[in-house]
Design a protein around this ligand. Structure first.
Ligand SMILES: NC(=O)c1ccc[n+]([C@@H]2O[C@H](COP(=O)([O-])OP(=O)(O)OC[C@H]3O[C@@H](n4cnc5c(N)ncnc54)[C@H](OP(=O)(O)O)[C@@H]3O)[C@@H](O)[C@H]2O)c1
Length: 280
């Protein structure tokens, strides 16, 4: 399999690099090698390398900053994926693009499935939904994987933020009235590799963790798993707070729990995966 990976040095990109089958021929591009917003550069690389599958792990992921950096967020999350989908269409490649639980407004009392209608409450979610629509218009058979609350041993994520705060703060306040499914990037990467090898896969898939929690409950689990190795964490107090008392630029959905009505993929067993992150 010939695979072009974009956003290769973000947390999902690096998790994919760790897991690609040894016999796949890979061209891994970070933002320095390929800016996906540059249509001519995308066309040039795709025409030269001729991938069978393009995996897009590139994105503008700063949810709060996106509120005031709208043009950049829209370019990276909507125009970039459209450029990749066009190049895939023109060369007969498949595209696996990643989207987010933040395309939903969070008002549904039960888990969101693939057929639920998006209605984003922040600009990041809007830009990612626009990306989904542009990809589907350009390449109807493209694969779009929506995921949520991603963490790994790489990059910036909630697990690392909690552990960093615990080094300097005795009390950590964490939002307890937003729920979602944490997802280990390594499990997501494995699901993408499986989808890439499935010639019949197409359309939108939800892939996320197997247990829904609030951010507060996620933090408690992180400290519980890591405290065997770092006993000092036992003295850190985690306080539940409301989202309303935590001023953030972007709104977040109250319920961004997702489930899949169409995949047989093993959901991310995220609490077990925390042990993998600990040992990394
Ligand atoms: N993290 C989460 O909790 C979460 C939740 C739901 C969905 N997702 C989705 O999951 C996917 C992977 O996210 P992640 O956590 O791996 O994000 P990440 O760690 O922020 O990685 C994103 C990567 O995209 C690259 N990038 C940004 N602009 C680019 C451009 N114009 N051209 C090429 N590359 C560019 C960045 O490179 P530079 O650093 O060099 O700019 C970075 O390496 C994204 O689609 C994201 O929307 C993430």
């Amino acid at each position: 399999m010939r695979v072009l990976l974009t956003g290769a040095y973000g947390q999902l990109g690096r998790s994919l690099l760790d897991r690609f089958p040894a016999d796949w021929v890979l061209l891994a591009c970070g933002s320095a090698e390929l800016d996906i917003t540059n249509r001519a550069a995308v066309d040039r690389i795709v025409r030269r390398f001729r991938p069978q599958v393009i995996m897009n792990a590139a994105a503008y992921t700063a949810v709060d900053k996106a509120e005031t950096d709208r043009i950049r967020a829209m370019k990276v999350n909507a125009i970039g994926p459209e450029n990749l989908a066009r190049a895939a269409r023109d060369t007969g490649a498949q595209l696996i693009h990643i989207s987010t639980d933040y395309v939903f407004d969070g008002m549904k009392p039960t888990p969101y499935v693939e057929s639920d209608a998006p209605c984003p409450v922040n600009f990041y979610g809007l830009s990612k939904w626009e990306g989904e629509k542009r990809v589907q218009a350009m390449l109807p058979r493209a694969i779009i994987v929506r995921t949520s609350w991603v963490f790994s041993e790489y990059g910036n994520n909630f697990v690392k933020t909690m552990l960093r705060l615990a080094q300097t703060q005795q009390t950590i306040r964490v939002v307890n009235d937003q729920r979602g499914c944490p997802t280990y990037a390594g499990d997501l990467a494995q699901a993408m590799i499986t989808l890439a090898a499935d010639a019949n896969a197409a359309g939108i898939y939800h892939y996320c963790g197997d247990k829904a929690v609030s951010w507060y409950e996620f933090a408690l689990t992180i400290f519980s798993v890591f405290s065997d190795e770092y006993p000092a964490l036992r003295s850190v107090e985690v306080c539940p707070i409301s989202a309303a008392s935590w001023k953030q630029q972007a709104c977040r959905p109250v319920n961004s729990v997702m489930a899949s009505e169409r995949t047989a993929h093993q959901a991310s067993c995220w609490d077990k995966a925390l042990e993998t992150v600990l040992s990394a």
